[in-house]
Design a binder for this molecule. Structure first.
Ligand SMILES: *[C@@H]1O[C@H](CO)[C@@H](O)[C@H](O)[C@H]1NC(C)=O
Ligand SMILES: *[C@@H]1O[C@H](CO)[C@@H](O)[C@H](O)[C@H]1NC(C)=O
Ligand SMILES: *[C@@H]1O[C@H](CO)[C@@H](O)[C@H](O)[C@H]1NC(C)=O
Length: 286
């Protein structure tokens, strides 16, 4: 927790914290789990990241983007877990849910019923950047998050990807942070057939060029990694995640139909995290 407060205070000087170091992923599938620095799982109280009555420069707003692929996508349990974890452990003033077409299904109903501070914000998908058309959803989401973070700031939780690089899946920033504007400017030479050059490779370069404007968090956000060893740590065994601020599920690489029943007995890192978010304890439930 101490570490986190420090991070948030430093942000006061107009920095952006790019919480990550990562590769491919899906949208909206992070479980954000916050820890006090000495926190031992399941025993100590977890303090909310956004403490009421404390003034942070970063607005205590969590942002998600939902761009529907076919106009009738259902929210799944793992998506809902991400929102529930943000609500419980970040304790934000608001969760801004930016969408083009709302998700469907019982887990979306659950979110609407159980997350009182969610604010639905209907939005159009960006169609171009500096005149270059945006065809992929991932690119549209990249551009939308710039718009959100420049205008509002807060904690952006979402998709990221690609190699060599820094992920843009979690961005914590004041509004209109200098580095956001510098990063935005590099989109002038964006091309629609690139994968994640501007989303991930450029920020890694910028982090080297402007170490005073950006902090890249390593090892506490995307651990376990998306390698086959990492996936085994997450889904086939139990690892120590007590230092994680959040975890990347790499859902696309291990798709599975999770539900409140089947997570009860999963003796895996993911099982512990999912129970911790949903049931309040990492212990196996019999
Ligand atoms: C954002 O910051 C730039 C300087 O970096 C400034 O020119 C611009 O007016 C700011 N925009 C807003 C909306 O505050
Ligand atoms: C695009 O511009 C950035 C700097 O703004 C530069 O680092 C990069 O090499 C350029 N990429 C291409 C493909 O021109
Ligand atoms: C869970 O797996 C670990 C090994 O990863 C083992 O030590 C432990 O006994 C298992 N717990 C249960 C309840 O099966």
């Amino acid at each position: 927790m101490k570490k986190l407060i420090r991070i948030f205070l430093v942000l006061g000087f107009g920095l952006i914290y790019l919480f990550i170091y990562s590769w491919i992923t899906n949208t909206n599938i992070r479980i954000l789990i916050r820890h006090a620095s000495k926190f031992s799982i399941g025993t100590e109280e977890v303090k909310p990241a956004c403490k009421k009555g404390v003034e942070y420069k970063v607005p205590c707003i969590v942002h998600y983007i939902w761009f529907s692929r076919n106009g009738k996508e259902k929210m799944q349990f793992h998506h809902a877990l991400s929102i529930i974890s943000a609500y419980k452990f970040i304790n934000p003033d608001k969760i801004h849910y930016h969408y083009d077409v709302l998700p469907l299904g019982k887990w979306w109903d659950y979110i609407l019923k159980n997350i009182p501070n969610i604010v639905l914000i209907k939005t159009d998908r960006p169609k171009q950047v500096f005149g270059v058309p945006l065809r992929q959803i991932a690119h549209q989401s990249d551009i939308k998050r710039f718009e959100i973070m420049r205008k509002t700031g807060g904690i952006y939780l979402d998709n990221d990807r690609l190699p060599g690089a820094v992920g843009n899946g979690i961005i914590v920033s004041v509004k209109n942070a200098t580095i956001l504007n510098i990063w935005w400017d590099t989109y002038r030479n964006f091309t629609s057939n690139e994968w994640a050059y501007h989303a991930c490779v450029i920020p890694a370069k910028l982090a080297k060029m402007y170490p005073d404007l950006i902090h890249v968090e390593i090892g506490t956000m995307n651990y376990p990694p998306w390698t086959s060893d990492g996936l085994r740590l997450l889904y086939d065994s139990v690892c120590d995640w007590s230092k994680n601020y959040c975890v990347h599920m790499w859902y696309r690489l291990r798709p599975y139909n999770y539900n409140p029943e089947n997570i009860k007995t999963m003796n895996t890192t993911f099982g512990q995290m999912a129970r911790y978010v949903f049931y309040g304890s990492k212990d196996i439930k019999n």
